[in-house]
Each structure stands twice: as structure tokens, then as C-alpha cells.
Design a protein around this ligand. Sequence first.
Ligand code: NAD
Length: 483
Amino acid sequence: MVTTYGNYVNGEWSDSKSGATFKVTNPADSNDVVARFQESTSSDAETAIQAAVTAQDEWAETPAPARGEFLKQAGQELGERKEEATETLVREEGKTRSEAAGEVQRAIDIFHYYAQKTRDLGGVVKSPSGRDKELYTKREPLGTVSIITPWNYPIAIPSWKLAPALAAGNTVVAKPASEAPNSTRIIFECLDEAGLPNGVANYVTGPGSEVGSSLTNHEDIDAVSFTGSTAVGTTVAEAASEDLKRCQCEMGGKNPTVVMPSADIEEAVEILGVGAFGTTGQSCTAASRAIVHEQVYDEFVTAMVEYAKDVEVGPGLEDPGMGPHVSESELESTLKYVNIGEEEGATLETGGTRLTDGEYTDGYYICPAVFSDVDNDMRIAQEEIFGPVLSVIKANDFEDALELANDVDYGLSASIVTQDLTEADKFIDGIEAGVAKVNEKTTGLELHVPFGGFKQSSTNTYREQGDAGLDFFTSTKTIYRNY
Ligand code: NAD
């Protein structure tokens, strides 16, 4: 018996007016239907927006620490449901159990973090240019905001937008990606259990072209927080700018890790292996380019290929090294790029083939791929692949490596593996990326520091997470008081 889940609008679980639903299947076994969800329309989005608008004043007037209590309670609810949420995430998105458990824990931590932050929503006090005056700022909520999220972190990303938006006193309408709406649904159940007032947070499933578009264009939406591909994010940013909505779009990546001769090659391979093949390469921050100094290039390629061959691929619930792709179309896209790489003249050292036998028959499995002899102007070195494909590019020296690292349209996360402090410092200064790491993988983020990209990885308007999350969801009012 397949469960059909509703939208969460004005504190009720309800069906779409369309009467239509869509199904979500398990990427490890396409015969396993996870659940059905509402194929909502613009009219459903409109109803949710009106519920959020109606709830807004009361929510904004609720003392911030009292809002924080709801977030804390929701975080506790999610903590109690951690195992269930982890399995839900594995079953709809394909992550390994360890990866999914880490993501759910991240969501729990985010709710607790922003619950605490509600006590510190102050402004700044400055010295006025005159006697008997006061000069200070205060934060105010924006109003009703929309949250549009991708499938690849379907519990963490909605949480890192929802929690600061609610903490700041906004009401929210959220639309998850249709590949993985089930994990996001759990967050709303937790908010409901926490007793969040009706209409404060709403969840509407359905096509981006219809529901997402309404959440971007509607005149009662005051701000849009989007995470997804650069192609869709660009249209969202353009549409939102038409009536000057505040908008943040965090988008794709093509992230480099530079490996210098002083690096411990075993450590570099581990950093790149986890960065490139973890989450099946389906992270915006996944390493997809290894830019390796010529002195250690051959040694690195040999060791990287061995690593890739050893990655155990399987169903996420068994907690292997790497799970399946989220969907057939994502798998097809990765296979297409493997072909492109071969046609472009790069050497496919290992992997890149679909796994189809035995337990793999009905899943979207691929062996992790390593390409050597990659030129930086090849498509496999320039375009986001969103699968476990690593391109290894040779660099003559540090300057060449830095230039190659920057020679892409994206600028999300980048790392260098080196023992040389000068190289590390020059890399931090010179890399065009929102996240720069030394002797670390490009993936993996702390929740209390800003996150966001440069260049086409972001609209570069605001950052997410930490205090930056609150900056996006608040307006600053400056007060001049003469008494
Ligand atoms: P996507 O752009 O296809 O979809 C993202 C969301 O936008 C989905 O909810 C989708 O339904 C919605 N959408 C689609 N068309 C829309 C429209 N016209 N108007 C409004 N909304 C619309 O992305 P995806 O395939 O779900 O996710 C993968 C992408 O997300 C990758 O490019 C990845 O790099 C990126 N991503 C970025 C970050 C980051 O923080 N920079 C994090 C995770 C994923």
C-alpha cells in the first residue's frame, strides 16, 4: 500500500485542487514506490501564500525567544525521529546510511542553532553626532518568503533556509524538489508537532515550472531563497528582480582540488576520493577537478585509480562506500558526460559504466570514474557533471595550478593539498571561490559560518548559514532618536 502525502497549508495536511499526484521511487530499486505526493498548481501555491501572509503579523510580533522555542521543539522532534528520517532520506535520494544520518543530524543542529540565535537578534548601537540623541539599528523580518530547494540535500537545505527565516519572524512557503520531497515533509511534521501556529510554515509539492514559478513571481512574496542549478537559478533571479524582491540563489559548482608536490599523496587521494565520490558526486561542492603538479601527476593518477576501483557501490541502506544516482535521468546525464570525455580525447582510467547485474538491476548505479589527460577547456573540465566523475588535470607549477583552478565559470568550493604555507596562503588569496580549504575536501561545511559561491555559483547577494542566514531574512532599520 503506497501512502499519498498532502501539502501542509495553514496547519493542515491537504490535497491539491488538481486532484493529481506523482510518485517517488527508490533509486536503489525503481520498483519500490516510496510514496505519492501532490502535483500542486499555482492555485495551491496561492492558497499557501495567503495562509502565510495572514499569519505573518502575529508571528512577527511573537517575541523572538518564543519563536525560538518552537524551533527548539521541532529540533527535538526531529532528533527523536532521526532513524526514521535517515531511512526516509536513503530510500528516496539514494545516499548511504552514514551520509544520510549526517545530513539529518545537520538539520537537527540547525534548528537548535537558530533557536538559540533568536535571543541575539539585536542590532548595533553607534555614537550619534550630537547631544541628547540615540543612533542604533534593529532587524525586522521581511514578511512572507519562499524557499525553493533541490533534491540532493532534501532535509539539510530546507532546514538551513527555514530555521533562520522563522527565527527572524518571517512566514514561509517551501517547495521541495519532486525527486525527494519526503524528507522535507518530515521537517513540517516536526514543526506541526512543535505547535507552530497555523500558516507560519507551509509546504507545497509539485512542478518547479508551476509551483516554483508562482513562489517566485507572486506579489505577496517578499523574498525568494533558492538553491539548485545555475540554469534554473538564473531564471528565478531574473523573475524575482522584476518587482525588486530580495533574492538569493545558490547554484552549481565545478570544484577544484590542487595537489602540490609537498602533499602526502595518500592523503590527497583520500581527500579527493571522498570529495569526488561521496554522495555519489551529487553535491554542489563535490570535487570534480584534481589539478595535480606534474612532479606527482603519474603517482597521483595511479593511486586515485586504485582508490576508485575499491569504492564499494550498493544500496544506501547497507551503508556501502557509494550509493546510486537519484534518478535514471541523472544517471543518464553522468553517462553522457563519460562519453563526451572519451570523445574529447581524455583517458578514461576506470569506471564510468552502469552497473546492471544482480542487486544493481533495478537501481541507478555507476562505477566511480577517473579521467586523466584532461585539458581544462574540455567540457568535462568546465561543466557541472553531478555524478562521481573526477577529471585529473596536469599543472606545471603553483601559478599554473591556480590559473587552471580559476579558469571556470563556477566558484563554489576549492581546496589545496600542500605542506607549503606560502602556497596555502597564496591559494586562499587567489582562488575565486566562496569556500577555500587547505588540506581538506571541497565538501563538508560547518553550519555556523557563511556559505555561498562566487561567479555563476551564486547570485552573490547574501550568504547562507550562520549569522549570514539571518542577514538574508531580515531588513535593517536605522533609528535616529532625539530626546
Ligand atoms: P534544479 O535547478 O533542477 O531544481 C531546484 C529547484 O527548483 C527544484 O525544487 C525545482 O522543482 C525548482 N524549479 C525548477 N524550475 C523552476 C522554475 N522555473 N521556477 C522556480 N523553481 C523551479 O536543481 P536540482 O536538480 O534539484 O539540484 C541540483 C543542482 O543544485 C545542482 O546544480 C547543484 O550544484 C545545485 N546545488 C547547489 C547548492 C549550493 O548551495 N550552491 C546546494 C545543493 C545543490
